[in-house]
Write a protein that binds this ligand. Structure first.
Ligand code: SAM
Ligand code: ZN
Length: 521
């Protein structure tokens, strides 16, 4: 069982550097020194968004769950602190952070300067050169009161010590660190996870590697592959935690530039672990038309006993949810994707608090990526919560060989049939919807019929996917009382309003050769 105490692994020493030997990089509240000769430890300026966002998220987590303003809100259970509460009534809970893979110490030092109520933060790295840099930067920033440099394999630290908050920001995949992190994190604690291996998590080349690391395969070649990357990472964290009776609650899950970043809360709640089976899913993804049919791996039913007591019945799910032939385009090739997490990937209350802090407490001169945080999180806040994946009208139009309709028409069409739509933070010009793929394609076909009077299906090759879809009479509505319209409606107004907000919603390439940085020699 990991213990609570965190001992400095090294002794404080006298200042041991000559400032002339270093160049100074300023980010947020913090200046870091990197050797003028050549930086041999890791600093990636493009990751400022990751660090600005993480500061804001840790503050939001502490406000909501650790030191909540209103009475009665859930908080971290810690017997010692509870005792103080009874005696003194009022106190502020302090918390510990582990930056497990710290490189320069920049992130840890920023946390210590920008986030209140941290009792200790351990800035850990495996490389002696990195830890020397961390020490130098702690000293230069006068952060030695609560930032402790530590030289160790982070798994060894996590298997032996407990923390309220753990940040994992590795090169590439986080997979080797999840088990230890889950064991180290305290009840109700916050786990922050980066994965930069999107070639594996969202690419088309390494399904076997993706399966080995994350226990599932991604939506190879599909527009929504970045959301499947998030769901694979969440699936890994959830199944790892389940073994230890811990339940993982996603707070915010973002696909950003060249990486994914998820913020989850980990609870010691074996009863909630029972939901894991019915939260995990596989999908049948059509090779030709992008349609996906989801299949949850377990059944969870809320029932009432004869005595009127509610209870939950868990069971096996009915399978398969799809036949070997795609119902939309009749292709015989359907790929199995997943298993991955199929539930909600964000918590709206959490995003609201992050947005509030970002707006009210942070300034542009320190938080250079503040505007982008506002844009991306506003999109995440407005995403449909429980509907995996999204589709791209542009991709579907290319299959039908039509010019791309304005998003508002497709949204209006789905809205007129009673379905909901939203945008996605993960990609511009895509739509999430609670309609199934049969209905999505029905809307596309109706759009062609009503808005493209000169369209001639005969011009398509008879073997083409578009031809098979346009001539498939089975693509129709289940409910014959409904009729479709592309006139503006509540749903299309809502989406258009969001699209017209003047916000930085998607990143443009900020520098030449941007992306994950290679390991230093
Ligand atoms: C991507 S960098 C971290 C960047 C840093 N978090 C930031 O925000 O600037 C990854 C770091 O992890 C360290 N590392 C790799 N494997 C490790 C392990 N098992 N334990 C501790 N540190 C490790 C590397 O030496 C490297 O400095
Ligand atoms: Zn198909």
């Amino acid at each position: 069982m990991p213990s609570n105490d965190i001992a400095p692994a090294i002794n404080e020493t006298q200042p041991s550097f000559n400032l002339d030997d270093y160049k100074i990089i300023v980010e947020g509240s913090t200046s870091i020194l990197t050797p003028k000769s050549e930086a041999d430890v890791f600093y990636n300026p493009v990751q400022q968004f990751n660090r600005d966002l993480s500061v804001t998220c840790i503050k939001a987590w502490a406000n909501l769950y650790l030191n909540p303003k209103q009475e009665g809100k859930e908080d971290i259970e810690e017997p010692e602190l509870k005792k103080i509460k009874i005696e003194e009534k009022e106190y502020i809970k302090k918390f510990t952070i582990l930056e497990a893979l710290s490189a320069t110490g920049l992130r840890a030092i920023r946390y210590s300067k920008e986030i209140p109520n941290i009792s200790k933060i351990v800035a850990n790295d495996l490389l002696p050169a990195a830890v020397d840099t961390i020490k130098r930067n702690i000293e230069y920033n006068k952060a030695s009161t609560n930032v402790i440099p530590n030289l160790a394999n982070c798994n060894a630290v996590m298997y032996t010590k407990e923390f309220d908050c753990i940040d994992l920001d590795p090169y590439g995949t986080v997979a080797p660190f999840i088990d230890a992190a889950i064991q180290s994190i305290k009840n109700g604690g916050l786990l922050l996870v980066t994965c930069t291996d999107l070639q594996v998590l969202a690419g088309q080349t390494y399904p076997e590697k993706c399966f080995a690391l994350y226990g599932g395969s991604n939506l190879m070649g599909h527009d929504a592959t970045h959301e499947s990357a998030l769901r694979l990472v969440l699936g890994l964290i959830k199944t790892t935690a389940a073994k230890y009776g811990k339940y993982v609650e996603p707070l915010l899950s973002l696909s950003i530039d060249f990486y994914v970043r998820v913020f989850v809360r980990v609870h010691n709640k074996p009863i909630k672990v029972k939901d894991n089976m019915s939260e995990q899913m596989i999908g049948y993804m059509c090779h030709d038309c992008d349609s996906i049919v989801n299949q949850y791996l377990g059944k969870r039913e809320e029932r009432t006993s004869k005595k009127g007591k509610p209870y939950i019945k868990y069971g096996l799910s009915k399978a398969p949810t799809s036949s070997t032939e795609c119902k939309v385009c009749k292709s015989g090739v359907q790929h199995l994707v997943g298993p991955m997490y199929g539930g909600a990937i964000h918590n709206k209350d959490f995003i609201k608090e992050v947005l509030r802090i970002n707006k009210e407490e942070h300034e542009d001169n320190i938080y250079k990526t503040r505007k982008r945080i506002e844009g991306m999180l506003t999109l995440a806040y407005n995403e449909l919560p429980d509907t995996p994946f999204y589709f791209s009208p542009s991709k579907l139009s290319s299959i039908l060989k039509i010019s791309v309709p304005s998003l508002k028409y497709i949204v209006a069409g789905l809205g007129s049939l009673g379905y909901e739509c939203s945008l996605s933070h993960a990609q511009p010009s895509v739509l999430k919807t609670n309609a199934d793929w049969n209905t999505i394609w029905y809307v596309m076909k109706e759009y062609v019929r009503m808005k493209e009077p000169n369209y001639k299906v005969e011009k398509l090759n008879e073997n083409a996917t578009g031809y098979r879809i346009m001539t498939n009479e089975d693509i129709k509505l289940n409910d014959s009382t409904k009729s479709i319209s592309f006139e503006p409606n509540d749903m299309s107004y809502k989406i258009e309003k969001l699209r017209k907000l003047k916000m930085v919603r998607y990143q443009e390439n900020p520098t030449r050769n941007w992306g994950p940085k290679a390991k230093p020699n």
